[in-house]
Ligand binder design. Structure first.
Ligand code: SF4
Length: 366
């Protein structure tokens, strides 16, 4: 494991709530954002004084970081003043296609070298159903502006298994994503979470069933592979060397520090998080202990998210017989590629990764 650390900063504000979203965010208010930034900088300073490990990735996510406007420059300066940020650090900022051109310039000025843009779909009708406040053309214009500013590492989000979707609508969305020519695509299957607008009108959504969803996922994997995207993690695809260095830390089991309400951390063998409570964070930011990190089940769970898979002997030493048997069965069923002690998931396996991992871990005393 490297000595360097990833830093996640949460900007928990949105102008409106998208119909599917259960990320932690409050409604945007200029004054509350200012007060929040003071509290956030206080925490950055506190952590900077506690850990002297170099920072090699920064990820500013949300919520909607573009609501920071010019203050993003200030925020990154504060991080650099309090942590040792490596010269070649990956600095990602999330942006919406509705973000202003000015915000992209400020993000660049702040030192961002990677953008993650929530495009989601190339259909304006679908974007409306999702409750997004932008059009497909906005995405095209945002990426054009980002390229003009010199961003050469752009990720776009794509959602699949959407209301009224089928293989043809998915193909249209992927064709649209391909015209954007991003270095990286994060592709998520829509999940209807409680406390979202979609949850309340679930029956009216006309969602694909499980089989149709599986078909969409596998079709997407095929189309993206045919177009030069390497499927390196269940939901992530990259051209060339453009995998997300920050997100890889989560799956490889490297340390990261998350600051802001709902932000999670894994540091020096411990997991902890800030509660989903903006006012609590502003008043007295405190983290909640979430146990130890690095257990065998955790290593298996996280490692199998990656296409490179895991070396079971590194996790277990002697591989338990039960796991060997199950691996064999799962390989025959087409869900696992096994060359013991190494195993990895196939695309079909990635689709049901949770069930496979549960199956492998069942009856294990780990
Ligand atoms: S999807 Fe993003 S922009 Fe939409 S409500 Fe959630 S955090 Fe805000």
């Amino acid at each position: 494991m490297t000595n360097s650390l990833g830093l996640y900063i949460h900007i928990p504000f949105c102008e409106r709530k998208c119909n599917y979203c259960d990320f932690y965010s409050a409604f945007y208010n200029k004054d509350t954002l200012s007060v929040y930034l003071s509290a956030l900088k206080g925490e950055i300073k506190k952590w900077g004084g506690k850990t002297h490990r170099p920072i090699d990735t920064i990820y500013i996510g949300g919520g909607t970081p573009s609501l920071l406007g010019k203050k993003i420059v200030d925020l990154v300066e504060c991080i650099k003043a309090n942590f040792c940020v490596l010269e070649n650090a990956e600095i990602t900022v999330e942006a919406n296609p509705s973000s202003s051109n000015d915000f992209l310039s400020w993000a660049k000025q702040a030192g961002a070298n990677r953008l993650s843009i929530g495009v989601q779909s190339g259909s304006d009708d679908t974007l409306k159903i999702l409750g997004r406040n932008h059009t497909a053309n906005d995405a095209v214009a945002t990426i054009k502006k980002a390229r003009q500013l010199g961003f050469n590492n752009i990720s776009v989000d794509l959602m699949i298994a959407l209301p009224n979707s089928n293989l043809q609508t998915l193909k249209n969305d992927i064709d649209f994503m391909l015209t954007l020519d991003a270095e990286h695509i994060s592709a998520y299957i829509l999940k209807i979470e409680q406390n979202t607008a979609f949850y309340k009108k679930y029956d009216t959504l006309n969602l694909p069933d499980d089989d149709a969803t599986a078909e969409q996922y596998l079709y997407m994997c095929k189309l993206l592979a045919e177009n030069g995207y390497n499927h390196y993690e269940i939901s992530n695809f990259a051209k060339g060397e453009n995998s997300s260095r920050h997100n890889l830390k989560y799956w490889i089991g490297e340390d990261y520090l998350g600051i802001g309400p709902a932000a999670h951390s894994c540091l020096d063998g411990k997991r902890f998080y800030y509660p989903r409570d903006l006012q609590g964070f502003i008043k007295t930011a405190q983290v909640i202990d979430d146990g130890e990190s690095g257990g065998k089940s955790e290593q298996l769970m996280l490692g199998l998210r990656l296409a490179q898979g895991v070396d079971l002997s590194q996790i277990y030493g002697e591989i338990p017989e039960d796991i060997k048997k199950k691996t064999n069965l799962l390989e025959k069923a087409g869900y696992i590629k096994a060359n013991l002690p190494h195993i990895s998931l196939t695309d079909s396996g990635m689709l049901i990764s949770n069930s496979i991992i549960t199956e492998l871990l069942e009856n294990e005393n780990i």
